[in-house]
Design a binder for this molecule. Structure first.
Ligand SMILES: [Zn+2]
Length: 184
């Protein structure tokens, strides 16, 4: 995977997680705006799960803003116990697959679809990790769910620091990040 020159320039004074990121929010991009109540629900979930990562979904009409947050269970500790991953629930997330299926079925029944997958990062930045990237991509190296954003929330014992939305850029064949904030 190539490293873009801008990443190399920034890494000189960047925090430790920077080098571990597959994508970072670009502060020059216009922030992604979410309805206040939806973002508040995601942030509350992140705080409640601390010091473990939370995960869940945002559902909404096709191509439109998300309307609903569905909290999911992070089963990463189960995967660790089964030897399917080396990461625990503070270091990674895996959405309970039955909960995921149920949420997708009920969305479909309402004419809605998956718009955003969210998860939190504990005591580190709101970046897309290489593990997050691998989980988001299918075997073709393109997103498993086309048009679905990845929202990452940075949380510590002091609360939520920031959040960033990562969306697939067809031309660059990469996720591009921008900060997420409330709709004004
Ligand atoms: Zn992550």
């Amino acid at each position: 995977m190539s490293t873009e020159p801008s990443n190399q320039r920034a890494s000189a004074k960047a925090p430790g997680w920077y080098a571990r990121a597959a994508a970072q929010p670009d502060p020059e991009h216009r922030p992604a705006a979410f309805q206040r109540l939806l973002l508040a629900e995601v942030f509350a979930h992140a705080r409640e799960c601390y010091p473990e990562e939370c995960c869940g979904l945002m559902l909404g009409p096709p191509g439109a803003e998300p309307r609903q947050v569905v909290r999911c269970t992070n089963v990463q500790n189960v995967r660790l116990a089964k030897g399917e991953s080396k990461l625990n629930s503070s270091q990674g997330f895996w959405i309970d697959e039955q909960e995921l299926e149920r949420a997708l079925r009920s969305a479909e029944a309402r004419g809605e679809e998956l718009r955003v997958v969210y998860h939190s990062h504990v005591d580190t930045g709101a970046y897309l990790s290489h593990t997050d990237l691998e989980a988001a991509l299918g075997p073709e190296g393109t997103p498993l769910w086309s048009g679905v954003g990845q929202l990452v929330v940075s949380v510590s014992e002091n609360g939520v620091a920031e959040a960033a939305l990562f969306e697939w850029d067809e031309e660059r064949e990469a996720y591009v990040g921008r900060l997420a904030r409330e709709l004004e």
